[in-house]
Ligand binder design. Structure first.
Ligand SMILES: Cc1ncc(COP(=O)(O)O)c(C=O)c1O
Length: 387
């Protein structure tokens, strides 16, 4: 056996072939040959990595993939979807600035915006993202950002990204495309400045990752990455690698999920156990027409519905009856899962505030997975009939 220097222990012997799949660079730091190379890396003259909080080959691989899929110049990886939204918001707005946000945003995003206001003095206007007049009325000379979702969580309101971008003029538009992924829409092509995702959801698609991503111009992503590093919001190499693997099956998964979801929405709407079903594929949905224009390949895998049975008790009974559909407060798992916005994502709000944005105790959110339509129809139909 040849002698190995202790600093090389754990490194494989050199070999002449390339791994077919990128390795996981599970390392805190990188050994840098000298100060000249360090300076060249920092100035961007050569490609290199120094410290994983700043950058790592697995971040770079995933960032490049997301940028290519979104039609953006560059991407960035974060510790979670919230990490992505926080870093992008802090890049764009600071103390004394004003931002505009859709009032229909995911509950924890609303919580984050509330904190930006209370702790950092960012002024906020909450608007109906479908109403250009209310966006126009909210605009101020100090407005630094507008934040919307492609399709809102949990009531599935489709945003007309082009209309919002046109109304904002030069104000940067940040679009959370977690529900839709670049398989269904590429927000930058519609006028968005930065697109963000919870990669914990469809991009990874296997329910085993907590990660966020963003895409935009090289200049903006460089600044966002630097903010994320300073605030410790960086993603880790293994989860970046897992998400990269998940992306390989994204087109197939989204196709199947959209197909099953559209059929299930129709089924649930016709069932006596539901009172109101929210899915943009349904002609009765407020943003159905917009959905057919913007989303020719489907509107994703989330359906929300109000049970005909009253209150949280009815919800609990339904969840127990749907034995093979777990109550799991996430979405985009390969398994179909159920969640209850009033006691999870929107639990921090008062009952009245929730009701004002349409989130009642009877509202259940279904994340459709990879099972067949027939299996899910039978399971949901039976559970609804029992309550
Ligand atoms: C639309 C949307 N944006 C952002 C997030 C936050 O992502 P994460 O849980 O990865 O922090 C979620 C989480 O459910 C979400 O649904």
């Amino acid at each position: 056996m040849t002698e190995q220097h202790p600093s090389r222990m754990g490194h494989p012997p050199d070999f002449v072939t390339e791994p077919s799949t990128a390795p996981i660079y599970q390392t805190t730091a990188f050994d840098v040959p000298d100060l000249k190379v360090l300076a060249d890396i920092y100035s961007g003259n050569v490609t290199g990595h120094v410290y994983t909080r700043d950058s790592n080959p697995n971040h770079a691989a995933l960032s490049d993939s997301i940028a290519a899929m979104e039609g953006a110049e560059a991407g960035c990886v974060f510790s979670s979807g919230m990490g992505a939204i926080a870093a992008v918001s802090m890049h764009l707005a600071g103390s004394g600035d004003h931002i505009i946000v859709a009032k229909s945003l995911y509950g924890i995003t609303l919580k984050l915006i509330g904190r930006l206001h209370q702790k950092f003095g960012v002024h906020v206007s909450y608007v109906d993202a479908g109403d250009s007049e209310s966006i126009k009325a909210a605009l101020q000379s100090s407005t630094k950002m507008c934040l919307v979702e492609t399709i809102s969580n949990p009531l599935l309101e489709v945003t007309d990204i082009r209309m919002v971008a046109d109304t904002l003029g030069d104000v940067p538009l940040v679009v959370d495309s977690t529900f839709t992924t670049p398989e269904l829409i590429r927000p930058i092509e519609h006028g968005a400045t930065i697109v963000v995702h919870s990669a914990s959801k469809y991009l990874n698609g296997h329910g085993d990752v907590m990660l966020g991503v963003a895409a935009g111009t090289i200049r903006r992503m460089k600044s966002v990455r630097s903010t994320a590093s300073a605030f410790g919001q960086n993603g880790n190499p293994f989860e970046s690698w897992l998400t990269q693997r998940g992306l390989k099956t994204l087109p197939l998964r989204m196709k199947q999920i959209c197909n099953t979801t559209t059929r299930l929405a129709e089924f649930l709407q016709g069932h006596a156990g539901t009172r109101h079903v929210f899915h943009p594929s349904l002609p009765e949905h407020g943003t159905h027409r917009l959905a057919t224009e913007l989303y020719p390949n489907g509107t994703g895998g989330i359906i929300s519905f109000c049970l005909a049975a009253d209150g949280k008790e009815g919800v609990s009974k339904f969840m127990q009856a749907a034995e093979n559909i777990p109550f799991s407060p996430t979405l985009a798992d390969p398994r179909t899962t159920l969640s209850h916005p009033a006691t999870t994502s929107h639990a921090f709000m008062s009952r009245q505030d929730r009701a004002s944005i349409g989130i009642t105790d009877e509202l259940v959110r279904l994340s459709v997975g990879l099972e067949s339509f027939e299996v899910l129809r039978d399971e949901l139909g039976e559970a609804l009939s029992k309550i």
